[in-house]
Design a protein around this ligand. Structure first.
Ligand code: 5RP
Length: 268
């Protein structure tokens, strides 16, 4: 692996502890104005100080993130579908030249193992890895789960392993029972998505369990930006990932930030 690739990976997975807190705000690429992200800049700005990196599309990056901000960017480069159609019919939507121009630390693409357009997405991953290798840019493969797929260790293990075999440098998947076996059979670092919004305590438990069972961190979106206190949630998740804080202690961080937010609102 060359210096540029290693350097970019080190901006995402922190060299100090080998862990990563990635903030996922790319949902609009197929969901449109997702709840909590209607005004991307407003949602993103307060969270940036607590994110090791941010995953988003080039449209939101250009319009809603200050170029002076030093946050490493994981650029979503797959898409071409919407929630109204077959989601697996994705292609690569950003050229490598534009990814370089945007100075990204990694490129992210979804694979849809078992779905109608499985092959297309897997070949796209392999091509993206080829381009990434030429320019020293790592690739994050997202194991998207088709409607008819079970989110179990057998399926997610299959998807993660295929992603790694095709050259992905990091894999993002979902937490599941027997998660440890998914991590063990994937030779590159694994991070988890948060999934649909759940009560804050459950989302923190998910982050904690995943980290305990081998995930290097999280790429969490809705459970942060749809929370009633997004800053409290990202700080709590950060404590779990980087400080190995218990769920109870992390929840206190969220609650205390929420209390502060309520007090400030009452004073204004
Ligand atoms: C969509 C994505 C999202 O970034 C991912 O699902 C993470 O967000 P969330 O925590 O809301 O699930 O890759 O394909």
């Amino acid at each position: 692996m060359d210096w540029g690739m290693k350097n970019r990976l080190a901006r995402i997975i922190q060299p100090g502890d080998g862990r990563a807190v990635m903030l996922a705000v790319d949902h609009g690429y197929f969901l449109g104005p997702t709840s909590g992200l209607e005004e991307p800049r407003k949602a993103i700005e307060p969270l940036l100080p607590y994110a090791d990196s941010i995953m988003l599309t080039r449209g939101v990056l250009r319009t809603s993130v200050d170029p002076g901000s030093n946050v490493p960017v994981v650029l979503r480069v797959s898409g071409g579908t919407s929630i109204l159609k077959e989601l697996s019919n994705e292609d690569i939507t950003v050229s490598i030249e534009d990814a370089v121009r945007l100075n990204v630390s990694a490129m992210a693409l979804s694979i849809f193992v078992g779905s109608e357009f499985e092959k297309q997405t897997l070949v796209s991953l392999a091509r993206l890895v080829d381009e990434g290798e030429k320019h020293g840019i790592p690739v994050l493969a997202v194991t998207a789960v088709g409607k008819d797929m079970a989110r179990d260790a057998r399926y997610l293990g299959l998807s993660c392993r295929i992603a790694a075999e095709l050259g992905a440098h990091i894999v993002k998947t979902y937490y599941c029972e027997e998660f440890k076996s998914v991590v063990q059979s994937c030779p590159v670092p694994v991070i988890i998505a948060g999934g649909k919004k759940t009560p804050e305590m459950e989302a923190l438990e998910l982050a904690f369990n995943a980290a305990q069972r081998g995930a290097v961190g999280v790429d969490m979106g809705r459970n942060i930006f749809q929370s009633d206190c997004p800053v409290g949630m990202i700080r709590a998740v950060r404590a779990i990932v980087h400080e190995k804080t218990s769920v109870k202690e992390a929840y206190k961080i969220y609650e205390s930030a929420k209390g502060g937010k309520a007090r400030r609102a009452a004073q204004n």
